[in-house]
Design a protein around this ligand. Structure first.
Ligand SMILES: Cc1cc2nc3c(=O)[nH]c(=O)nc-3n(C[C@H](O)[C@H](O)[C@H](O)COP(=O)(O)OP(=O)(O)OC[C@H]3O[C@@H](n4cnc5c(N)ncnc54)[C@H](O)[C@@H]3O)c2cc1C
Length: 380
């Protein structure tokens, strides 16, 4: 089925992204996987190419478009290339809206030009060793000390944790306030008392640095409070829909790509004197996956369009997230099986997609939490 949602400018952008991947990412990707981190040069190259801050106003150096379809193209192409380690989607679609939507004019002037040219890499730090799905369990706290906030606590599993120059940290500011006692602070590289822990060793997405962060009496200037005091929960809920859609977009792109590779493989590979594709079981496997991908694609493209027109609601974003990522997981497993032993070799694209993709049902809100959100909307 031909996709109807893109216009010629999106197709042209897709070509730009493909050329960027071929030139600036793929030649170095194996090295980054071994290093456990991507190079900062790639971030600067992405800035130069206009791939950062797509939704940021042009006066701060951004692309000036609120059209989410460009973000979808970026996510799709990075996924197809098997290069999730350079986390442009995290920076643009997940962290960008906090800065464009909540920052004061002074903060925008301080941070957005670097955000767009790739010199300020960003992260968002919600999760802690003792609190992930349940953000009310956060212990990191900031005390009002007049001139500044005094920040103490720790975070874990933070994407871009090692590279980040700006980290949006969720901290308790009113201990008795529960979910409504949390605020957002921008912690900057070099602030005294801000330390990074290990670059965590993961089963996939090895080129993506994921780290522990520690805050010991960090004096965060008052002007680094982001958004409303005690307003973090509302700010997070507002922005999580786009985060979830962005993960879902990558998930369906991954599933489609796996299916494409596998369809080709079963036609080429012979067993018992005939191509694998001649066996009914294999044909049904491919037919099942193709159908599930096509149905999911229709829903996802509808979500992308709705979001580009002004915002997808939290419930549909949750549906898209859990459904597409669970589909990605199933398809990755079945495609690996159809590759036999080759599918289990770490340098095979299917094996890489299997391990890289496994996190998708966990971060950005787990499948179980997505179902909670949907269930609550229907059942109270
Ligand atoms: C590679 C990677 C990158 C990440 N990047 C970031 C990042 O950049 N920033 C950030 O803040 N965090 C990040 N995370 C953290 C991620 O968002 C959390 O791991 C996730 O939200 C789950 O939290 P948890 O690990 O504490 O699991 P828990 O919340 O302890 O959950 C454990 C299990 O219990 C289930 N569960 C929990 N509550 C319920 C419930 N009410 N009903 C039913 N089941 C439930 C969960 O679904 C899960 O299956 C990242 C994690 C990884 C692994």
């Amino acid at each position: 089925m031909k996709r109807q949602i893109f216009a010629p400018e999106h197709d042209a952008f897709r070509e730009t992204v493909r050329a960027f991947l071929a030139r600036e990412v793929l030649p170095y990707y194996e090295q980054w996987e071994n290093d456990g981190i991507v190079s900062r040069d790639a971030w600067r190259a992405a800035g130069k190419q206009g791939l950062l801050g797509l939704a940021v106003d042009e006066e701060y150096g951004g692309g000036g478009t609120a059209d989410f379809r460009f973000s979808a193209v970026l996510a799709e192409e990075f996924t197809r290339a098997g290069a999730p380690g350079l986390a442009l989607g995290l920076h643009n679609d997940i962290i960008g809206p906090y800065l464009t939507g909540l920052a004061t004019e002074e903060q925008k002037r301080r941070w957005l030009p670097g955000f767009c040219d790739g010199t300020l890499i960003t992260a968002i730090a919600m999760t802690e060793p003792g609190a992930g799905s349940d953000l009310q369990g956060i212990r990191t706290h900031a005390e009002d000390r007049g001139e500044h906030w005094l920040l103490n606590g720790s975070k874990t599993f933070i994407s871009n944790g090692i590279l980040a120059d700006l980290v949006i940290v969720v901290a308790k500011t009113t201990p008795e306030g529960g979910a409504h006692g949390l605020s957002l602070f921008v912690v900057e590289r070099g602030m005294e008392g801000f330390e990074r822990g290990r670059n965590l060793d993961k089963i996939g997405q090895k080129a993506q640095d994921t780290a522990e962060l520690f805050f010991h009496d960090v004096r965060v200037p008052r002007e680094n409070l982001l958004g409303e005091l005690d307003g973090a929960f509302v700010h997070l809920m507002t922005n999580l829909a786009q985060e979830r859609l962005s993960i879902a977009v990558a998930a369906i792109a991954a599933a489609e790509h796996l299916l494409e590779i596998t369809t080709h493989y079963v036609k080429e590979r012979e067993a018992f004197g005939r191509p694998l594709s001649s066996k009914q079981h294999i044909r049904f496997e491919i037919a099942d996956m193709a159908t599930e991908c096509a149905v999911t694609r229709a829903f996802l493209d509808r979500c992308i369009e709705d979001h580009s027109r002004g915002g997808l609601d939290a419930v549909h974003a949750s549906m898209a997230k859990w459904w597409a990522t669970e589909l990605q997981k199933r398809v990755a497993d079945r495609c690996l099986q159809l590759h036999g032993g080759y599918g289990y070799m770490t340098d095979h694209p299917v094996a890489r997609a299997f391990t890289d993709g496994r996190i998708q049902t966990i971060y950005g809100g787990t499948t179980e939490i997505m179902k909670e959100i949907i269930g609550r909307s229907l059942l109270g």
